[in-house]
Ligand binder design. Structure first.
Ligand SMILES: *Cc1c(COP(=O)(O)O)cnc(C)c1O
Length: 219
């Protein structure tokens, strides 16, 4: 099934939208099936699992870290990560910068914004994020490159609410993009998962994160 599922996505998503195949909790063999169909971007959310997979699977895979990142795991994932979607505090941003400097690399990151109605989800409040980025201190960090934002819609069946959330994420992106200290490289809008990616694309997503409808349920 993985083979057919990944093909369906690769053949149907519009040009300009990147697919992150979210392989968390799924075995390495499952990743290799998708890899053999041409998929190269995989998303993981647990640091130890991320590193185990990155060390043993083909090294042309681009590994995205999408889960909440604990400070004590930054050093572990940094050598292997191609994009961190889940920078959700100023402290984490600064820490990733200094750890990246230590290993002499520049790391691409997304700022996670919180718009959903659930209180448990991580991320910056949109207004606080805009205030933070207006302060040039964050955009002058040398070892991170802020590539865009990531967000999640509320976990609900109400299409209207989901659309409002995606509109709010896109609006936050547009506001940040218009700031003088954000460059051309700030161009990624990561939103949309298995159940809501079509709505996300409709509202401007250019990076979707799909797990269960490629790999099946996680147990
Ligand atoms: C697990 C996860 C996904 C994938 O969710 P599915 O509903 O399985 O497609 C996407 N984004 C994040 C941040 C996740 O943790």
């Amino acid at each position: 099934m993985i083979r057919q599922n990944i093909r369906k996505y690769l053949n149907s998503i519009p040009n300009g939208v990147e697919l992150v195949a979210v392989s968390k909790f799924h075995p390495q063999e499952a990743i290799l099936v998708a890899y053999d169909e041409g998929q190269r971007i995989f998303g993981e959310s647990r640091a130890n699992e991320f590193v185990d997979k990155a060390k043993s699977l083909p090294n042309d895979i681009k590994w995205h870290f999408i889960g909440h990142l604990q400070s004590n795991k930054v050093r572990l994932i940094l050598p292997h990560v191609s994009l961190i979607h889940s920078i959700d505090s100023e402290r984490l941003l600064t820490l990733v910068d200094s750890e990246a400097k230590r290993i002499n690399r520049v790391v691409d990151i997304l700022l996670q914004v919180h718009v959903a109605q659930e209180e448990t989800k991580y991320g910056f409040d949109p207004d606080k994020l805009i205030a933070l980025i207006k302060n040039e201190k964050t955009t002058s960090l040398n070892n991170i490159q802020i590539r865009g934002i990531m967000g999640m819609a509320s976990n609900t069946d109400e299409t209207n609410r989901i659309e409002q959330d995606f509109i709010a994420i896109k609006k936050t992106f547009d506001t940040l993009k218009a700031l003088p200290n954000m460059g051309d490289n700030f161009n990624i809008i990561s939103m949309g998962m298995s159940d809501d990616y079509l709505l996300a694309i409709k509202h401007g997503s250019n990076m979707i994160r799909i797990g269960s409808s490629i790999f099946g349920n996680r147990y």
